[in-house]
Every structure is written in C-alpha cells, then in structure tokens.
Design a binder for this molecule. Structure first.
Ligand SMILES: NC(=O)c1ccc[n+]([C@@H]2O[C@H](COP(=O)([O-])OP(=O)(O)OC[C@H]3O[C@@H](n4cnc5c(N)ncnc54)[C@H](O)[C@@H]3O)[C@@H](O)[C@H]2O)c1
Length: 252
C-alpha cells in the first residue's frame, strides 16, 4: 500500500524554526526527509540549521526580523533562491506581549500583529503564487487557544491568533480548488519560552495543569504527527481546519 504520509523529498519553509514548537516541527519534517529553510531572528538559526542538516535532507537557515514586513519578503525570496521551489509553508513565528489592555502600548500591538499575523499572510501570498502554478501545496498556520477565546492582558496576541484562524479559512476558500490546502494547528499550553511567564506564577501554573485533561503541558514533539499529516497527501481533502493539539483543553 502507498504511504499517504510520505513527504520525503518535499521542500518546506518554517518560520521561527530555531527553538520551541518550530524547532520540534522542523526536526519532525527533517526526520521525514524534507529539505528545509528555517527562519529566525538571529544567528542561532544558522547554527541550528547546520546541526540538523544531513545530505539527504538539507536544512538551511535564513535570518529575518518580521517586525519589518520588508524583511519577510526578502527572507522568502532568499529561501526560494536556496530551495528552488516550495511544497510546504509553516507560519509558526510568534511573540507574546502582556500588558493590561487599558495601557497596552501601540508599538507592542503593531509588533505582535506584524510578527504573528502579517508575516503569515505575506508569506502565504508569496508561496501561493508558486503553488498555484504547480496545482498543489500545503500551508500550515500556527494558531492558539486564543484563536477561540480572548485571554487576559494579551489583546494583541488574541487579535493576531483570532486573525490567524480567520485568514486560514479565507485563504482556504480561495485556494482549495487550486490544489492548496490551508489549515492551522492550534496548540494548547506547550512547554516553550512562550509560556515562561505562566510557569513562573506558581498558582497559575497549578490551575492550568489541573485543567488540562492530559495532565501535562504539551511538548514540541507533540506537534510532529499533526504537521506531517497536514503536509502530506493524507490531508488532501482538509481545507480551512484549525486542528487542536491541546491535551484536551478545549473539550473540557
Ligand atoms: N507555547 C505555547 O504554549 C503556544 C501555544 C499556542 C500557540 N503557540 C504559538 O506557537 C508558535 C511558536 O511559539 P513557541 O511556543 O515555540 O515560542 P518561542 O518563543 O519558543 O518561539 C517563537 C519563534 O518565533 C520566532 N520569532 C520571534 N520573534 C520574531 C521576529 N520578530 N521575527 C521573526 N521571527 C520571530 C523566534 O525565532 C522563535 O523561533 C507561536 O506562533 C506561538 O504563538 C505557542
């Protein structure tokens, strides 16, 4: 029987690939035989790429700060120069900034929206131009539990992740018939730098762990099965879905 999960030899770009969930997904795709460009803000991404790279599944690093949208465009063009093509785009880069909404600085609002949402839209547009010509492609956005609820003191993040869920559906509606699958993964509480502030607050940490049916935080490795599924032929009829990887949180 043909392996419908086989993605060997595909070419992918993953933003924010040097640490956390992006690093986990990059490792999973690399182990599955995908050639990768991982993007990150500093030289660490170049070192990570060098460490992961093998002859049969090369990994390349590209540095870019998505707070400036011009950098997003340049980074994509550089990645395509390296890869020559793109089959899979994973929009994973994301930042969190916390302030009470009444005093949330506009500069932080704009940075969060640019990194978390605008970069994903711009990269999807650029990737789709190539994918539409080929009649196939996979775009996977990283959403959040805050694609569904508003949180506290994180209005920009909630707006960006609500936007990610909506743009996933909007792009899927236009591109599904062109052979492109646009979907999102919504992680729950995952043990990365992104939730460092929560883990430092003992009471909050205990409350959250008690509410997760799985009884533990997720890990970067918990993302791998879903990202391979959404990158492969196995998900060819799935369009505009936001797939929860949350230890059961949303069902509670
Ligand atoms: N950890 C969680 O609990 C959790 C839950 C839901 C969603 N997410 C989402 O998962 C994604 C990955 O987060 P993580 O938990 O691995 O956090 P992380 O802080 O470990 O990683 C964030 C990544 O984004 C990249 N990034 C940050 N600022 C950037 C910028 N200015 N320009 C370009 N890239 C930038 C970094 O290079 C890094 O690789 C994010 O979109 C985040 O919102 C995380």
């Amino acid at each position: 029987m043909k392996n419908i999960f086989d993605i060997r030899g595909k070419k992918a770009i993953i933003t924010g690939g040097s640490r956390g969930l992006g690093r986990g997904m990059a490792q999973g795709l690399h182990d599955a035989g995908v050639e990768l460009v991982i993007m990150g803000t500093n030289e660490k991404v170049l070192n990570t790429a060098k460490e992961m790279s093998t002859a049969d599944a090369p990994v390349h690093g590209v540095m870019a700060d998505f707070k400036d949208t011009e950098n997003v465009i340049k980074a994509f063009d550089k990645a395509i120069d390296i890869l020559g093509d793109i089959d899979i785009l994973i929009n994973n880069a994301g930042i969190q900034v916390r302030h009470p909404s009444v005093e949330f600085p506009l500069g932080d609002w704009e940075d969060v929206l640019k990194v978390n949402l605008t970069s994903a839209f711009v990269l999807s547009q650029k990737a789709a131009k190539i994918m539409i010509d080929k009649g196939r492609g996979k775009i996977i956005n990283v959403a959040s539990l805050l694609s569904f609820s508003g949180g506290l003191t994180v209005p920009a993040y909630a707006a960006s992740k609500g936007g990610i869920a909506q743009v996933t559906k909007a792009l899927a509606n236009e591109w599904a018939a062109k052979g492109i699958n646009v979907n999102a993964i919504a992680p729950g509480y995952m043990d990365t730098d992104n939730i460092a502030a929560i883990k430092e607050d003992e009471a909050r940490n205990a409350q959250i762990l008690a509410r997760i049916p799985a009884g533990r935080y997720g890990t970067p490795e918990d993302m791998i099965g879903t990202v391979i599924f959404l990158s492969s032929h196995a998900s060819d009829y799935i369009h505009g879905s936001v797939v929860l990887v949350d230890g059961g949180w949303m069902g509670r």
